[in-house]
Design a binder for this molecule. Structure first.
Ligand SMILES: O=C(O)CCC(=O)C(=O)O
Ligand SMILES: [Mn+2]
Length: 200
């Protein structure tokens, strides 16, 4: 693993949002290629008002625990070796920055160009616990993650997520803010890996 500085860029203090550049270094391009090629990317449908809508991206749920999302249970895929390596890099980088974190699950999202997207939500399912800490790794085409305050106390803002970056959404983020990956006029593949702790 390439050595990098542990210092992230603190984008917000309360709740805490920190972005770290160059998580994997020289291994990032290979990780993107292998995950794209080797995972069984799914496009499940969500039922809304009695109709099935395929989600506007592909995804894989991986780790040790099943996950309930929009009223459906997703059985986990076993850990892929590349995801294990990324997980270790995330935990190490956060530890170096003084953040003790543990994760037993990850949602991998695959966005094939700018029309693939994820709508406004917060990750506050009960099985994620009281004040979940979520670590989001981005690989591939840079896209902004848009945040908005639930109480509209301040304007919405973008966080650019470059290739090989890590964004820590600290305790309280899901309470105070929603986030979305909005459609954009851009091309290119982007993968995100959002690591979580799911209480069994
Ligand atoms: O793709 C992203 O960066 C965001 C993904 C996300 O919000 C999620 O997996 O819950
Ligand atoms: Mn999310």
């Amino acid at each position: 693993m390439t050595s990098t500085t542990p210092d992230g860029e603190r984008l917000l203090t309360s709740p805490c949002l920190i972005r770290f550049p160059r998580l994997l270094g020289d291994e990032a391009d290979g990780a993107l290629a292998r995950l794209d090629r080797e995972l069984d990317w799914q496009r499940p449908s969500l039922r809304l008002f009695g109709r099935d809508h395929p989600i506007p991206r592909r995804q894989v749920w991986m780790g040790d625990a099943a996950y309930r999302y929009s009223g459906r249970d997703f059985a986990p895929t076993p850990w892929h070796p590349v995801v294990r390596t990324i997980h270790e890099a995330v935990v190490a980088r956060l530890a170096a920055a003084g953040v003790a974190a543990r994760f037993n699950s990850v949602l991998l999202n695959r966005y094939d160009g700018g029309t693939d997207r994820m709508g406004w939500h917060c990750d506050d399912e009960p099985e994620l616990g009281e004040a979940p800490l979520i670590a989001a790794v981005s690989l591939g085409t840079e896209r902004p993650l848009r945040f908005r305050w639930k109480d509209r106390r301040a304007p919405a803002f973008n966080v650019a997520l470059p290739h090989d970056s890590l964004l820590l959404m600290g305790a309280g983020t899901q309470d105070a803010l929603e986030h979305a990956l909005l459609p954009r006029r851009l091309e290119g593949l982007r993968l995100s890996l959002t690591f979580r702790w799911v209480h069994p």
